[in-house]
Design a protein around this ligand. Structure first.
Ligand code: FDA
Length: 304
């Protein structure tokens, strides 16, 4: 499934079948800015949101510029709609040029991310930089460090499945830092990653401890009820109220739990993707939970 997420042939097939649409719609807010603004307005009645303009692995500079323009438009529209206190954006550096051939790729991605951060600052919101596969970790953390020099509120993402992540948590647990901790959605080799689910979960708890004991804002991105409960205990043990950490979940995943946790007074942020380039994101969501395929199968049967 994760290999298919990067296959152009599978992508063409998937994009041309309307049968996938109901399942895609469960995770993705729609294809347009209007659609994502409507979804954001609805979600922000009780939760916070981080919006992702879908797209990754941009191999052409013009396409990277188009992605920046899309974020600039989105940010201005969020400002006009008065949503910037409750909604920020998430960006993937590979969509901004990090995956372009040539030595300038990191600089192009950094310059593009700077443009997005400048507009976010202007409209009064924040940006979190998503983490992609392990070959990009050093480059991504380097770019985040440069962005944070100008905008200390720029958020980083760390993946508990990577063996290096405890060290990265220590490096990023300082005052003012915003760190989203997730398990990791990429198929990584044993040399750099834990591949056993229990090992990933143990690593998640060790990383969470470091972030909760630190001075930044931990953003606990998981749908795993056991880890959510551990996060709540660790927050309490470290004297953190609901304003001093965030729980984060993906749009369409455990929505009832999202609402219940928000109703308890906890800070819950929903990762809300939109746009036409849904294929890679969608395939990673299928890979995370085989039951999603059963859901798809049932919807096919009910149509036949
Ligand atoms: P786990 O996969 O063990 O799931 C726990 C339970 O949650 C499942 O039993 C099921 O009930 C439910 N669940 C989980 N995924 C589901 C799905 N797709 N459909 C239906 N139910 C599901 N990764 C990354 O590599 N880089 C990144 O930048 C980000 N960013 C990010 C932001 C946010 C807000 C979240 C929540 C997640 C990410 N991720 C990510 C994805 C993350 O790495 C991971 O792949 C998923 O969150 C699934 O892992 P869980 O921690 O939820 O546990």
């Amino acid at each position: 499934m994760l290999a298919a997420a990067r296959s152009q042939a599978c992508r063409g097939l998937a994009e041309n079948t309307a049968l996938l649409r109901p399942l895609v719609d469960r995770f993705v807010a729609g294809e347009t800015v209007d659609a994502v603004l409507a979804a954001t307005a609805a979600l922000t009645t009780d939760r916070l949101v981080t919006i992702d303009h879908l797209g990754e692995d941009t191999h052409d500079r013009a396409q990277a510029d188009t992605v920046v323009d899309a974020y600039v438009t989105l940010l201005h529209r969020l400002g006009d709609a008065g949503l910037t206190e409750r909604a920020e954006v998430s960006v993937k550096l590979s969509a901004l040029g990090q995956a372009l051939p040539g030595e300038d790729a990191d600089k192009i991605a950094l310059d593009n991310a700077r443009r997005i951060c400048a507009v976010a600052a202007e409209v009064g919101t924040t940006v979190t930089v998503d983490m992609e596969d392990h070959t990009t970790t050093d480059s991504t953390l380097g770019i985040v460090a440069e962005l944070r020099a100008e905008h200390p509120w720029v958020g980083a993402v760390l993946q508990a499945q990577l063996r290096r992540t405890e060290d990265d948590c220590r490096a990023l647990a300082g005052p003012g830092s915003r760190v989203r901790l997730c398990k990791g959605a990429y198929d990584e080799p044993l040399s750099v990653a834990y591949r056993d689910r229990h090992e990933v979960d143990s690593s998640y708890v060790r990383c969470l401890k470091i972030l909760m004991e630190g001075e930044g804002l931990p953003m606990v991105a998981t749908h795993d009820p056991r880890l959510v409960s551990i996060a709540r205990h660790l927050a309490e043990a470290n004297g953190r109220g609901p304003e001093a950490y965030e729980l984060q979940m993906l749009n369409g995943v455990r929505p009832d739990a999202q609402q219940e946790l928000a109703a308890e007074g906890l800070t819950m942020r929903v990762y809300l993707p939109y746009g036409t380039e849904w294929y890679g994101y969608f395939m990673r969501r299928l890979a995370e939970r085989p039951a999603n395929l059963a859901f798809f199968g049932r919807s096919l049967l009910s149509r036949s």
